[in-house]
Design a protein around this ligand. Structure first.
Ligand code: SAH
Length: 380
């Protein structure tokens, strides 16, 4: 657990780090260089104690150690799926826990991180939506998820891995919570994660997913500059109002207008629309036609996500054939429409399955195991 007395340096922007140094009495003329050295120690080396930051004078390291902590938060559980997907339950403070998921693939490794403990959105098909919002994560807590994954995947230079051989090539803000309801912390965290002299995951490889907090979308484009994903899931307001209740506040038309105006949008930088396939709800050919119609003119890719079940979920996944037919239609209309292979379902790590109330999570994991037999009969 992070030290309750000594604050961490993780999560501070470069400016914040300089201010922290100023607070320790470091002279202005030395602040930039010291901040750079610390930054390197934190985010290039992944140091967990000041002793390892050998570019700093020994006495200064001791001084830092007296004021700040480099301890990582506690990993409560670490699970590995049969398909190689990993999930960590991380505890930042008592009762403040989130899940982080790593999905290795042939040509990339994607880390899915959370922005809030719980969520306020109540999307009907999402497990996280059944957990009340506990609180926003701080910038440090968002960045720590990347650092903890790097620890566990032995990705720091001291583990001997060279930078060509990276495991975490992409980061998606698609874990628990709505990132645009925690704007400043997400912005600061992603600036740290994308810093080229640090964790160095380029913004082209970071995707921020939102259920559609329309007023924040232009700001996200300007101040965060990550790739944008929209949890669309329905092309008609009557349906989306039920699935993604924030639609009642910001209906499809307004949402798609914000997408059309997203800064930097081009064929090379498309918006990803996520579309969960729910049997008999949003998966008809009429739905596919309407989808193609409403997104007309937006450089876009549609990720078709087979619905991932969870205990008590009020929906079923569409038939595989239906998903394929739907996808073919969208594809013929000119939009890439990959069907996302469900990953990590056996450890409840797939899209929409995350939830962190430890007691309930364990109960639901047991149920998930019972259901995995049922799932394995589903055509993939
Ligand atoms: N609040 C943000 C970030 C969460 S992203 C957002 O809504 O975009 C998580 C993604 O998984 C979203 O696209 C969400 O709609 C999707 N999802 C939620 N529950 C799901 C489920 N049971 N099966 C498949 N996808 C699901």
């Amino acid at each position: 657990m992070s030290d309750p007395v000594k604050p961490s340096l993780v999560g501070l922007t470069r400016d914040g780090l300089k201010k922290a140094l100023a607070g320790m009495g470091v002279e202005p003329k030395h602040q930039s260089m010291r901040a750079n050295q610390l930054w390197n120690g934190l985010y290039v080396q992944g140091a967990t104690d000041f002793g390892a930051m050998t570019t700093l004078a020994k006495s200064f390291r001791a001084e830092l150690d007296g004021v700040f902590s480099l301890q990582r938060p506690q990993i409560v559980t670490a699970q590995v799926s049969a398909d190689g997907t990993r999930k960590w339950l991380i505890r930042f403070a008592p009762g403040i826990e989130v899940e982080t998921v790593y999905i290795p693939d042939e040509e990339r490794g994607t880390l899915c991180i959370s922005s809030q403990v719980g969520c306020t959105l109540n999307c009907r098909f999402c497990h996280t939506g059944t957990q009340k919002l506990v609180r926003n994560l701080t910038a440090a807590e968002i960045v720590w998820q990347v650092m903890i994954a790097r620890d566990d995947l032995r990705e720091w230079p001291r583990a001997g891995r060279n930078s060509e051989d990276r495991q975490i090539t992409n980061v998606v803000m698609m874990g628990m919570g709505e990132p645009l309801y925690n704007f400043e912390n997400v912005r600061d965290a992603l600036a740290i994660v994308s810093d080229g002299e640090g964790l160095s995951v380029s913004k082209r490889r970071i995707t921020l997913s939102t259920a559609g907090v329309v007023p924040m979308i232009p700001k996200a484009g300007e101040e965060i500059g990550a790739m944008l994903a929209i949890s669309l899931h329905a092309a008609r307001d009557e349906v989306r109002d039920v699935l993604v209740p924030i639609n009642k506040k910001y209906p499809i038309k307004e949402l798609l207008n914000a997408c059309r105006n997203y800064p930097g949008l081009s064929n090379a930088r498309r918006i990803t629309f996520e579309y969960v396939m729910l049997k008999g709800v949003n998966d008809s050919m009429a739905d596919a036609k309407e989808l193609v119609r409403v997104i007309g003119g937006i450089p876009a890719k549609i990720n078709l996500i087979p619905f991932n079940p969870w205990p008590g979920a009020p929906y079923k996944c569409s038939e595989w054939e239906q998903i394929e037919t739907f996808g073919e239609f969208v594809n013929r209309a000119g939009y890439a429409s990959p069907i996302r292979t469900p990953r990590g379902r056996d450890i409840m790590a797939a899209c929409g399955q995350l939830k962190s109330e430890s007691v309930k999570a364990r109960a639901s994991e047991r149920l998930a195991e019972m259901r995995s037999a049922e799932l394995s009969r589903m055509p993939h």
